[in-house]
Design a protein around this ligand. Sequence first.
Ligand code: Z5A
Length: 209
Amino acid sequence: MTMGKFITLEGVEGVGKTTNLNFIASYLTSNGKKIITTREPGGTKIAEKIRDLLLEHNEEKLCNESELLLMFAARAQHIENIIKPALDAGKWVVCDRFTDATYAYQGGGRHFKMADINWFEKFVQKGLSPDKTVLLDLSVDVGLERAAGRSEPDRFESEKKAFFNNVRRVYLERAKAEPNRFCIVDASKSIEQVQKNIQRYLDKMLTDG
Ligand code: Z5A
């Protein structure tokens, strides 16, 4: 039985997850909530080491099966050591990406069967799932443009447009299938408008308790 709330942010690259994670954190804090912000893959020392393995270009090619297993290995560490203790202590956890990203990237992008991902989800999460997921939706072209030129592209950022179009498609399918958990926010709007829209969902969560 958890007491806090678990909010995740999702979307293709460059949609503004980091920008809006900071906004959500300060809005909830100003409304008296104890919060932690975190990210996936990552969030603990071991999970951040796994993140490096996943994002870096390695001399030895990381095979897709290892990629999927490492995502869930990092997640297991993160849930056990960060997410669950925070929720149990009544904190609100705001997380940049979670398992919807695995369905979108490893399912949509790498073509793993959704049923296989679902098996790992149950094995690792033991029923834990976000209370609310903000899907920042944006065309792949605009997202890649926004993200361009920041640094050397990592292993995922080096993928082709078709890969990201599949990622976006799966995100939207999942949002349609779970309308109560997901809120889809049009990330092509100005930052102010995007945050106004996110705030409406947060206000509802704060009122509903
Ligand atoms: N991955 C996976 O495959 N499977 C999994 O299960 C998980 C992850 C959990 C790391 O993710 C990679 O791991 C990710 C998927 C994979 N790879 N990809 N691609 P990440 O979240 O750490 O990396 P990212 O997706 O590359 O995040 P990002 O590029 O940092 O994007 P962002 O956080 O969404 O965007 P941002 O930094 O907030 O904004 C980008 C720019 O746009 C910035 O200059 C902003 O000022 C600007 N911006 C933001 N909002 C707006 C609006 N509304 N208008 C105009 N400009 C804006």
